[in-house]
Design a protein around this ligand. Structure first.
Ligand code: NIG
Ligand code: FE
Length: 439
């Protein structure tokens, strides 16, 4: 942090100052310590300052003039009584796919289940066909458009899974598209290899051979090209069992890809316990988590890292087949909970992470503080990025939102709408919404 001294006064120098927040939510990583319930870290009448894309000062607006100086050419933005908070972190999304599965939604409305549709040739495999057939240009345009939409919703970091290619070339292609598009897009994209999404038709009836192919060929190819940070798998009936997932995630670890897992979504498969044993960064879905699974995710006393529970209430809502994850019991047991859209064509075709905060309150019985943290700092933790993004703290990226709300309590309340007024990514204004015209 650079500073300038004049007489006895030391100033922090900033090129962006945002003042006039009615409530500034820091969502600070540390507000969890000392036996306190984690909270949103609210500063009333707060302000935040950044320089060269990083936060250099956060505090009460009343201290700003004494402590911060704007450099020549710097900008001050008046939030004018609005809520200011960190850019959202979307920690579980399937971004690159073609076609859609709108007809399946109607089949489910008529009583068919997700698994029945998959067995009848729909489901993930039908998106694999559509995606393999799409050209690079088409997929690139789709990924760009989806990142644009996330950004307009205030999402400044997005985890993006492969998983609709299911061969070395096709999975590499999807991850290369993420790399290429993200190079010229403000949103930070965190790529995940999901080769173990479902068994492709080339290997039908030989699932173990496909697992071997993932371990021997796909993971090494992706790791060699440095195309992914995480390795994920779908632990589910009709996909892979816990033992197969263990083989995939262990091979990923050997190649430097950190483990994540889709677990306990439609049925209990023991995946959560296995992933916790492997030291996964997150375990996702968890609608059917066991008591042993909850214990495995509860914060350990010796401080060793346990996986973040990423809950995806949008998928539960959209599939309409059963109950939501037992979030309250998990939180009360000391599990860290993040929320995500699970954006994908089959079980959750929405990009509205704000809506997940509403479902967090109404369906998962989470508190306001818990949902605000679940879409910011806990989601950052689910990407092992809690030192970089997800909170307004000195040293972090200046990913900052100004909402068209005057109180944080409106965030889950005004549901299904986009509350964004301004988005700053690494200190740059990237979204400016004229709410009357854009609504
Ligand atoms: O997270 N569960 C696996 N993957 C997705 C569904 C993907 C699809 O149906 O295309 C999910 O829900
Ligand atoms: Fe998913």
């Amino acid at each position: 942090m650079e500073s300038a001294t004049k007489a006895n006064q030391t100033w922090v120098e900033a090129d962006l100052i945002i003042t006039g927040a009615s409530e500034l939510l820091t969502c600070a990583a540390r507000s969890r310590q000392a036996g306190r319930r984690p909270d949103a870290g609210t500063i009333r009448q707060g302000a935040v300052a950044a320089r060269e894309g990083r936060i250099v000062w956060v505090g009460p607006g009343a201290n700003l003039r004494e402590e911060v100086r704007l450099v020549r050419g710097g900008v001050t933005v008046d939030a004018d009584g609005r809520v200011v908070m960190p850019g959202l972190v979307e920690c579980h999304s399937h971004l690159a796919w073609a076609g859609d599965r709108a007809d399946e939604f109607q089949l489910r409305a008529g009583g068919a289940t997700y698994q029945e549709i998959a067995e009848a040739g729909g489901g993930i495999l039908s998106t694999v066909y559509a995606t393999r057939e799409a050209s690079d240009e088409v997929l690139r345009a789709l990924v760009r458009k989806r990142l644009d939409r996330f950004l307009r919703y205030g999402v400044t970091t997005v985890e993006a899974k492969s998983g609709y290619g299911l061969s070395v070339d096709q999975e590499v292609r999807l991850l290369e598209i993420y790399r290429d598009v993200s190079q010229s897009h403000p949103v930070d994209v965190v790529p995940t290899l999901l080769a173990a999404h479902v068994v492709p038709v080339e290997y039908s009836d030989r699932p173990d051979d496909y697992v071997k192919h993932i371990v021997k060929k796909m993971i090494p190819a992706v790791a060699k090209k440095k195309l992914a940070r995480f390795c994920d798998a779908f632990c589910e009936q009709g996909a892979f069992d816990a033992e197969q997932c263990r083989r995939v995630l262990s091979a990923g670890l050997e190649h430097g890809l950190l483990p994540k897992l889709h677990a306990d979504q439609l049925t209990y498969m023991g995946g959560t316990e296995m992933a916790a044993e492997l030291g996964a960064v997150s375990v996702d879905h968890l609608d059917h988590i066991s008591e042993a699974g909850i214990r495995a995710l509860a914060e350990s006393m010796d401080g060793h890292r346990v996986p973040v529970a990423v809950l995806l209430p949008g998928a539960t809502f959209f599939l309409g087949e059963g109950g939501y994850a037992p979030a309250r019991r998990m939180l009360d047991a000391g599990v860290r909970v993040a929320l995500s859209t699970d954006f994908n064509p089959g079980s959750s075709p929405t990009q509205n992470l704000w809506l997940m905060a509403t479902m967090g309150c109404s369906q998962l019985h989470m508190t306001l503080d818990e949902v605000l943290r679940a879409i910011t700092i806990e989601a950052a933790r689910a990407l092992a990025l809690e030192d970089e993004v997800g909170s307004l703290e000195v040293g972090k990226k200046a990913d900052i939102l100004i909402l068209d709300h005057s109180r944080q309590v409106e965030v889950p309340y005004r549901y299904g709408m986009n509350p964004i007024w301004r988005v700053f990514k690494a200190g740059k204004l990237v979204v400016k919404r004229d709410l009357v015209a854009d609504e």
